[in-house]
Write a protein of this length. Structure first.
Length: 214
């Protein structure tokens, strides 16, 4: 397999990218100057050097200089922001969903990124999302933080069959915890049409979905 075919194969594995788009990417790169390719290669190579996973919400975020020191906690700007309402937790499927909500500038709580979704009829759902880490996060927060215990959990999942299945699974897994600590679970409400994904939802629609959660 030559370099062109190999890159097409690699790009085809990206979410939402098919072989035709992957081929266009490769031929676009071939038209670029060597300097542009070297810059791209550099940033890809160093992507995980400057990016870490937040210890709390599990999102990817840019490391600050002090956070790069060995033994330093990796906590993102959202989770470390004391002006946010830490009593409201929104659970989202992917980092891109968190970014979409943040751009809307209507939600001032904190997040947890599941890292995926639970397909219908999945036999091992616990391997598809970070459900164990989510339980640990909530239990730790309720035990340690007296002033900002979680009071509400918003299931910010996509409104499609797989997203709804993910939300139902998470709610079921958290039931013993939410009952114990009397945490209210709500869903994004009217405003999201069936089949909608947070990544592609416009600002006004998302704003209504947050206001009308139930």
């Amino acid at each position: 397999m030559n370099s062109i075919d190999k890159l097409i194969e690699i790009f085809s594995k990206f979410p939402g990218i098919g072989p035709r788009q992957a081929r266009r990417f490769v031929y676009h790169l071939l038209t670029r100057a060597n300097g542009a390719l070297e810059e791209l290669a550099y940033h890809i190579k160093n992507l995980k050097v400057d990016i870490a996973v937040c210890d709390d919400c599990q999102r990817f975020f840019q490391l600050h200089h002090t956070s790069k020191q060995e033994g330093s906690p990796h906590v993102c700007d959202v989770c470390s922001n004391k002006t946010r309402d830490h009593t409201i937790l929104m659970i989202v499927q992917r980092d891109i969903d968190l970014e979409s909500v943040e751009k809307n500038d209507e939600f001032n709580g904190i997040y947890f990124v599941l890292g995926g979704s639970v397909p219908i009829l999945e036999k091992e759902p616990e391997k598809r999302i970070r459900i164990k880490k989510l339980k640990e996060f909530i239990n730790l927060r309720q035990a340690q933080d007296k002033e900002q215990k979680i009071k509400e959990i918003i299931l910010g999942v996509n409104w499609n069959p797989e997203g709804e299945n993910t939300g139902d699974y998470v709610a079921k897994e958290l039931k013993s915890i939410t009952d114990k600590y009397k945490i209210k679970i709500t869903h994004l409400g009217k405003g999201l049409s069936m089949g909608a994904e947070l990544e592609y939802t416009d600002s006004d629609t998302l704003k209504n979905a947050l206001k009308n959660r139930s």
